[in-house]
Design a protein around this ligand. Structure first.
Ligand code: AHG
Ligand code: MN
Ligand code: MN
Length: 326
């Protein structure tokens, strides 16, 4: 298995050694992704597939067997490449692998766990940093310091969306020769589309700016937007993000008044920051409703952040509603 990197891949990274270490690490993650995609493809044929593992992660989310298994697969892979530290949604604390190595990796090993049993696309999200003098220092920093943001999608295609800060690329796994091949060299999000993604069942819990924006979307032609809008909500961040990269639109997981959702649901380190990096490099915006996600410095390992991203004009419209509210 290999990735056929584009000729200019990671050329913006400062040294040839760093580029090589990133490529080695990405190839190991891609190996893991192929193994995970095969587990997803077998689904209920493997008894432990979607069953609850009986444990909980740091966020109190009950862990599905596949959540735990994918984390084990990725941890084993990272032990073979130049990675010093690992941060995972499925691990309470930071993991030290080898302090002599130059990189640090954060991951949501399985994104969209609620969809495991339903044959809906799920994925793996990851972020790569240069390792610093400690595990803490390597991750507790703003998302602007990421070297790489990426996610795999296990769906009809097994694909890899990735950026090193020099545009966003799409690779698709060719199972004929087990190689990830470049499908789109420069993904581009249109500035304005007519599609929004939000879990509308939380309407009663939203703040007034979120309600105001979603009501505009629902009013469509008869409201301020002046055009009929469409709605999608897949329940897998990677699948919603992939759709927005392909045809534009906006995704919102805002804060709401449910206990534990004061900062929304998505985690900054291994969900919002890598996806925000990808979205910005494809010409979109990614905010907490008002402020840029990538500027936010991590304060606690599993901290959540309200997450709004996608087509520039639509994300700015959400900011407008926050601004006029204050
Ligand atoms: P994870 O499975 O890693 O916990 O992520 C699930 C996230 C994200 O993928 C998705 O957008 C969101 O949870 C869906 O949340 P709701 O189930 O509240 O709609
Ligand atoms: Mn997730
Ligand atoms: Mn997860």
């Amino acid at each position: 298995m290999s990735i056929e990197f584009s000729s200019g891949f990671a050329q913006n990274l400062k040294t040839a050694e760093l580029r090589q270490n990133v490529k080695i690490t990405l190839t190991a993650l891609a190996h893991s992704a192929v193994e995970i995609s095969l587990l997803c493809a077998r689904g209920p044929l493997d008894t432990a597939f979607g069953a609850l593992a009986g444990s909980e992660n740091a966020d109190g989310d009950s862990q599905k067997a596949l959540d735990v298994l994918t984390d084990e697969i990725i941890t084993a892979a990272l032990k073979t490449v130049p990675v010093a530290y690992y941060a995972s949604e499925e691990q309470d604390d930071l993991i030290t692998l080898d302090t002599s190595k130059p990189l640090a990796v954060a991951s949501d090993p399985l994104d969209g766990s609620s969809n495991i049993d339903t044959n809906v696309s799920i994925g793996t999200i990851f972020s790569i940093f240069e390792a610093k003098e400690s595990a803490h220092a390597s991750f507790f920093r703003p998302g602007t310091e990421q070297l790489v943001g990426g996610f795999f999608v296990y769906g009809p295609q097994t694909s890899l969306v990735i950026t090193t800060g020099n545009g966003t690329e799409l690779y698709v796994l060719d199972r004929a020769d087990n190689r990830f091949k470049l499908a789109i060299a420069k993904m581009n999000i249109v500035e304005q589309a007519k599609e929004y993604a939000i879990n509308a069942s939380n309407f009663q819990h939203w703040t007034s700016p979120t309600r105001a924006y979603i009501e505009e979307c629902q009013m469509g032609k008869n409201g301020a937007l002046g055009e009929k809008q469409n709605m999608r909500w897949i329940g897998s961040l990677v699948a919603d993000a992939n759709r927005i990269l392909m045809r534009g639109g906006i995704f919102l997981y805002p804060q709401d008044d449910r206990k534990g959702y004061e900062l929304g649901r998505l985690r900054l380190l291994y969900e919002a920051a890598p996806v925000a990096f990808i979205i910005e490099q494809a010409g979109g915006l990614a905010t907490d409703g008002t402020n840029r996600i990538l500027d936010k410095k991590l304060e606690t390992l599993h901290e959540r952040i309200p997450f709004v991203f996608g087509s520039k004009n639509q994300v700015n419209r959400v900011k407008h509603h926050h601004d006029i509210k204050t």
